[in-house]
Design a protein around this ligand. Structure first.
Ligand code: TGC
Ligand code: FAD
Length: 392
């Protein structure tokens, strides 16, 4: 059984179904047994633990919200969110791997792919036999993907791809890259392409010297006259809306994942404060430290309620992109604040790899930036509230 009992001040467990609780608890146990014991070492050595991919597949968490007919778990949105929360309680880098695999590589194949593409890739990806990545960002177009310059030109046999994608999670280890490019149809329509590892003209060099998400692989994707057969275009992809729909899936998951990071930091600080004695008392008995715990628990509880209701809206098919933006923006920023407060409670020990807080704190810097920066989600909400677009 998992040792961690959860952080649940408002008894949100009572709102979950038995199946949702069971799913959460089995992932919690797995993460405690298989990930937490190795993750600090992976982070220090900047090593992605490939050995955890197959077990994650066997556990049924890869692409877990996609239907069972493609070998996936067919989980509801709240159950899926709880899975992601538990993975990120282990490490945001491993959650990144899972989010990209499920929401950004499997989901577009499911939503925009042909039946053959779905049958070929989804069951293997659900099992962890094949790894996927998602190439949208470019060196000069991050927050503004509409400006992308990667191009796919029609040829007799299919398409010729040229361009570079930057900051791509799983890139170097991926068997299949879902790549977004402008086509020469006269309207520069953005389409999705499946680029298989080993395709001539395609390389995926890893980006090194990261101080964040060190246990995750991040890469460039470079396409130089790369020939893509006709059967590898995602036939139903059309326009920027297609990749943005994928981002909605991933951002939803991240809103839950950030709660996992925050829980890990909060619980570490609480355990530490109860045992650490200064001036003859546990530091948890001092009012200044208690104020930090009151703030952290309140913010975690608010974030839990936000994601829980967002999940129920998703299950009812009533979720909107700006509602997802609110939860991604709030929960990631909340987790960063919790990590910082928790770090101070551990004093000098707070910066040590003997505790997980600094790792979570550094990881969250990336989470704050990817999947739409905090600022971009502010502008999405601003536009929704006022009716005025303030991007340009
Ligand atoms: P805009 O005109 O607003 O939208 C174009 C069309 O798309 C629709 N739409 C969405 N649909 C679904 N979900 C969303 N989130 C959507 N946002 C917009 C929109 O309704 C429109 O539809 P239609 O029918 O009218 O054509 O497009 P814009 O060019 O003005 O851009 C808006 C903006 C800035 C919000 C968007 O470009 C944006 O979100 N930028 C941020 C880029 C981003 O998030 N990149 C993430 C890259 S992937 C990543 O970071 C993975 S990290 C994963 C990990 O490791 O865990
Ligand atoms: P920019 O867009 O250049 O932004 C820089 C700053 O300017 C930010 O503070 C931003 O908020 C601000 N800014 C930008 N536009 C405006 C505006 N209109 N108004 C006000 N402020 C603005 N991408 C993928 O496609 N696939 C992946 O798998 C992936 N994985 C990633 C993994 C990691 C570890 C990281 C760090 C990034 C990853 N990304 C991925 C890229 C990520 O999505 C982008 O970094 C992000 O969208 C921001 O783009 P940018 O870095 O180019 O920053």
């Amino acid at each position: 059984m998992a040792k961690f009992k959860g952080v649940d001040f408002y008894n949100i467990d009572s709102l979950l179904t038995d199946e949702e609780r069971l799913t959460r608890d089995s992932v919690r146990e797995f993460i405690e047994e298989k990930l937490i014991p190795i993750i600090e070492d992976c982070y220090e050595k900047a090593r992605f633990p490939m050995e955890i991919v197959k077990p994650l597949g066997d556990l049924g968490v890869l692409g877990a919200s996609l239907p069972t007919e493609y070998g996936c778990a067919g989980l509801g949105a709240v159950a899926y969110g709880l899975v992601i929360q538990e993975i990120e309680r282990g490490d945001s880098g491993i959650r990144s791997f899972s989010s990209v695999q499920g929401s950004l590589a499997m989901y577009p194949i499911y939503a925009f792919g042909s039946e053959e593409q779905k049958r070929k890739w989804l069951p293997a990806m659900a099992k962890g036999d094949k790894i996927g990545c998602f190439g949208l960002t470019e060196p000069d177009f991050g927050s503004n993907p509409a400006g992308m310059v990667t191009r796919a030109k029609r040829t007799e046999k299919g398409w010729l791809l040229n361009g570079t994608k930057a900051w791509i999670t799983n890139g170097t280890i991926a068997d299949i890259a879902v790549v977004w490019a402008k086509t020469d149809d006269g309207n520069d329509t953005i389409r999705g392409f499946l680029v298989e590892k080993g395709t001539p003209g395609f390389t995926a060099p890893e980006i090194h010297r990261k101080h964040s998400l060190r246990a995750s692989v991040t890469s460039e994707l470079v396409f130089s006259d790369c020939e893509i057969p006709e059967e590898n275009i995602l036939p139903l992809s059309k326009g920027l809306k297609s990749p943005l729909m994928c981002l909605s899936q991933a951002r939803y998951g991240i809103s839950w994942g950030a709660i996992g990071s925050a829980m890990a930091c909060y619980q570490t600080a609480l355990d530490y404060a109860q045992g650490r004695v200064q001036f003859g008392k546990p530091i948890s008995a001092f009012q200044l430290q208690q104020a930090k715990f009151a703030d952290m628990l309140t913010e975690i509880t608010k974030a839990q309620l936000l994601s829980f209701q967002l999940g129920r809206l998703k299950e009812q098919g009533k979720i909107t992109p700006s509602q997802i933006s609110m939860a991604k923006r709030n929960n990631v920023s909340m987790a960063m604040e919790v990590a910082r407060k928790a770090r101070t409670i551990l004093g000098g020990n707070g910066i040590s790899g003997d505790y997980p807080i600094m790792r979570h704190m550094n990881n969250l810097e990336s989470v704050y930036t990817y999947e739409g920066t905090h600022d971009i989600h502010t502008l999405i909400l601003g536009a929704e509230i006022t009716g005025h677009q303030a991007f340009e």
